[in-house]
Ligand binder design. Structure first.
Ligand code: NAD
Length: 440
């Protein structure tokens, strides 16, 4: 089948490349001409495991084409995957401007060309419940656009594992009122149906499934983070607590690690979006707001541990070795990264910060360019410079776990603040290194 992807960010690019991998002919379009230029030069604007190799493979096999012109992109197929960003306004309200802009462009294209063949609009962007219906009533009115079919098809990929997740998804959710839409999109995904369950529902439920999934995972994180404070107080070990709770299959271990809380482009935005949707519908929702509040406080709780260990006066002369600025390992995404937040908080209080970030370095350099006491290590993990006073870990890269203790001993104060609870307190203490984690 021929498919046009509109918006080639983390979701659109992965979706497009993976749809080519399962046998479709895919046209990639983005409004950002810099991105188009990069894609045309066989490069990709994001870091994602295995993506570049597949992208090049399908570009060469001509299963993928880059379309800079929106009309040509729309002409290339009659199935449009909308993957534009749905960021947020200040009050938490999802900003659907990009979604409405592209929908109006599609409508104008249909009008101008007097199209009456079947057109399928697949909404992959994360949208508040009711948005598919709104597009149907405000833009693609059923009595006028009889052959335009809309549906929600939320994306569940995790950055860092996005290609694997797309190809091995547990479920593919399709929410539409149109039988024609469901039949066509089901057929499109059929090469994945051995591994992934295709779940059909109405658009509002599909939209709720996406918000609900992210909010539930965020709730697990905030729950264990709240427990970590109690664990600190009573002298427990939150890692054991988490393991013990998660051994119950009904609960499971995933998303149950205490630490600095969640960041990234999805959980913060989608929990706020869900809270906004509750309040817009005048339904009091205590859980989601608490999840958000706990998450915001967790980073301050960690920051206060630093202030408890060192006085403000002491901090003024300290050099900090800071590990990890990506919001999670194996991505170059720093949107709402807790690491970046912490660096901004700590920078005015210390002499300098020396950062090591394996993947998101370039984005982080740009984001922190205004701080004049921050430097990035230009090396690999094995050659990190430890000539600092103490260390902070903010992203749980597996390679950080393996740092030899003899290297940590080079830190002048021999203190490690572990914001992701990835190091072993006992082993460090045996080697004369002070360990400050969260809830253990
Ligand atoms: P992104 O910002 O990386 O990419 C969005 C792209 O859309 C940009 O390249 C932008 O230039 C392009 N765009 C905007 N308006 C356009 C238009 N009119 N025509 C063509 N292109 C246009 O965003 P993302 O992270 O890929 O997220 C996209 C959507 O998917 C969001 O709704 C997000 O919540 C959702 N989502 C994201 C993830 C994730 O892990 N990033 C996972 C699941 C769902």
């Amino acid at each position: 089948m021929r498919i046009t992807i509109i918006g080639t960010g983390y979701v659109g690019l992965v979706t497009g490349v993976c749809l080519a991998e399962i046998g479709h002919k895919v046209f990639l379009h983005d409004i950002n001409q810099e991105k188009i230029k990069l894609l045309k030069s066989k490069k990709i604007p994001i870091h994602e495991n295995g993506l570049l190799k597949l992208f090049k493979k399908h570009l060469e096999a001509k299963n993928l084409r880059i379309e800079s012109d929106p009309n040509e992109a729309l002409q290339a197929s009659n199935i449009y995957f909308i993957c534009v960003g749905t960021p947020q306004l200040r009050n938490g309200k999802p900003n659907l401007r990009y979604l409405f802009d592209i929908s109006n462009k599609i409508k104008d294209y249909i009008d101008k060309n007097k199209l009456n063949n079947n057109t399928f609009i697949v909404l992959k962007s994360t949208i508040p419940p009711g948005t598919t219906k709104e597009l149907q009533t405000k833009i693609f009115k059923k009595d006028i656009y009889k052959n335009v079919y809309l549906g929600s098809n939320p994306e569940f990929l995790r950055e860092g594992n996005a290609v694997y997740d797309f190809m091995n998804s547990e479920r593919i959710v399709i929410g539409s009122e149109s039988k024609e839409f469901i039949r066509t999109i089901k057929k499109l995904y059929s090469p994945l149906s051995k591994k992934s369950k295709i779940f059909i529902t109405d658009p509002q439920s599909s939209e709720l499934i996406k918000y609900g999934s992210n909010a539930f995972l965020a709730t697990k994180i905030s729950f264990i983070n709240e427990m970590s404070k109690l664990s600190d107080k009573v002298g427990g070990n939150i890692d054991d607590v988490s393991q013990g709770i998660g051994m119950d299959k009904r609960i499971g271990n995933e998303f149950l690690n205490a630490g600095l809380g969640y960041g990234g482009s999805c959980f913060p935005k989608d929990t706020r979006g869900l809270a906004y949707t509750f309040s817009k519908n005048k339904i009091p929702s205590k859980i989601i707001q608490s999840v958000i509040d706990i998450n915001n406080k967790q980073r301050k709780y960690f920051f206060n541990k630093i202030l408890k260990r060192f006085s403000k006066q002491e901090l003024k002369s300290k050099s900090v070795l800071f590990l990890g600025t990506a919001f999670k390992p194996n991505t170059d995404d720093i949107r709402e990264s807790v690491g970046i937040y912490l660096i901004n908080m700590i920078s005015p209080m210390v002499k300098n910060i020396l950062i090591f970030e394996p993947i998101a370095k370039e984005n982080s350099i740009n984001a922190l360019s205004k701080l004049n006491n921050v430097r990035f290590q230009k090396t690999s993990i094995s050659k990190i410079d430890y000539d600092c006073d103490f260390m902070i870990i903010a992203t749980e890269y597996p390679e950080f776990i393996k740092i030899p203790h003899k290297n940590l001993k080079k830190l002048k104060d021999r203190v490690v603040f572990d914001g992701r609870n990835i190091l072993n307190r006992e082993k460090l203490e045996k080697n004369g290194i002070e360990y400050i984690g969260i809830g253990k």
